[in-house]
Design a protein around this ligand. Structure first.
Ligand code: COI
Length: 355
């Protein structure tokens, strides 16, 4: 895939760059932003000319629907720098299409490809210096759309703002990740917005996750809302289980986000002849496998988190510790995936796109 750049755009340069003030070795995820952002407004039923302008706070009417009804969606993507100083995106078309699916579900207008992908290309050309070389260094890309229309009537907004902001990032989780299996709270329900990358899907997790944090767990593995018997998603990631030498992950549904990393893990595993089954994963089989020692690994997969091993889980007040393995499939797959992303190995899938 080749990414076209967007020429129909206004560019207002930042008077000076903040880059020399940033400690790239000690970044907290999502805290530092680059010099510029992309802004494009939807007014009178049409997308206006996008602008790349200095990163800064902006004015918004207090009655805007994003504040009252949470009409907001986002994406998570990353840019990587290779050894030759070229900057690459990973499967950006997947994020673009998912963004517009989320938009449709939230009664928001679709964003045109030239604004989303062409605008991102242009923004990255300007911010290339912020993508640092070396595995682990990335520029996290956050495209998002909010309802800016005035008035608290509970109906879709007539006005929207699409934006892209960029944040240099390393790991999302800095320490070990232990999880609790959800027995009461739910992340999503059939017919709901679980498959959309809607802001409310994440804020709805904050309270149960806070309770989990208080008990020493970093994340929750969400189960199906109707029976709490099927394992579905882990907080900010999709989730995989290894029993003996087979990987299992739940099929996507109205309740589960169609993760780009999840999809890539499945395709990579298939290419590497790692046994993988996409089918409902039951809480009871994972608990049983933990008890009899056949549960070898659990790991999360997501853009921000990449591939994150989970060291243990709690269910019905019992904590199950996972074995420490020499031959971790999670780490093997992570290595293969990140080698493709950083152009350290051949991308036979055609996933990487040059800026
Ligand atoms: C991502 O992995 O990019 C996400 O969007 C999850 C987010 C909560 C950091």
């Amino acid at each position: 895939m080749e990414l076209k750049t967007l020429n129909e755009i206004e560019i207002i340069s930042a008077p000076h760059s903040k880059i020399s003030e940033v400690d790239f070795e000690n970044l907290t995820f999502g805290n530092v932003f680059t010099d510029h952002m992309l802004v494009c407004d939807y007014v009178d039923g049409a997308w206006q000319k996008p602008v790349i302008e200095p990163y800064a706070p902006f004015m918004i009417d207090p009655s805007a629907k994003v504040f009252h009804y949470g009409q907001a969606i986002f994406e998570g993507m990353k840019a990587y720098k290779d050894q030759q100083d070229d900057v690459w995106l990973f499967r950006p078309d997947e994020n673009y299409h998912r963004f517009n699916k989320s938009a449709t579900r939230m009664a928001m207008p679709e964003v045109p490809e030239d604004v989303f992908l062409g605008g991102l290309h242009r923004l990255l050309e300007i911010e290339k210096e912020w993508v640092k070389k070396g595995k682990g260094n990335t520029l996290y890309i956050r495209p998002f759309m909010i309802a800016t229309g005035h008035g608290v009537i509970a109906a879709p907004s007539q006005e929207y703002r699409f934006m892209i902001i960029l944040s240099p990032a390393r790991a999302y989780y800095s320490g070990e990740v232990k999880v609790i299996i959800a027995e009461h709270y739910s992340r999503a329900a059939n017919g709901g917005i679980g498959a959309a990358k809607a802001a409310g899907n994440y804020s709805a997790q904050f309270y149960p996750t806070k309770l989990a944090n208080e008990q020493g767990f970093q994340q929750i593995i969400w189960t199906d809302d109707a029976t709490h018997t099927k394992l579905e998603e882990a907080g900010t990631m999709n989730v995989f289980f290894r029993i003996n030498d087979t990987l299992y992950t739940a099929p996507t549904s109205e309740r589960i986000l169609d993760g780009v990393t999840r999809k890539s893990v499945i395709e990579l595993a298939q290419r590497e002849n790692i046994k993988i089954e996409v089918r409902p994963v039951l809480v009871e089989e994972i608990v049983e496998a933990a008890k009899n020692g056949s549960l070898k690994e659990i790991f999360g997969a997501g853009t921000a988190a990449v591939i994150n091993p989970i060291v243990g889980f709690s269910f019905q007040d019992h904590y199950y510790e996972l074995p420490k393995l020499e031959n971790s499939m999670a780490l093997e797959i992570k290595e293969k995936l990140t080698n493709i992303q950083y152009k350290l190995s051949e991308d036979t899938f055609g996933w990487t796109v040059k800026i």
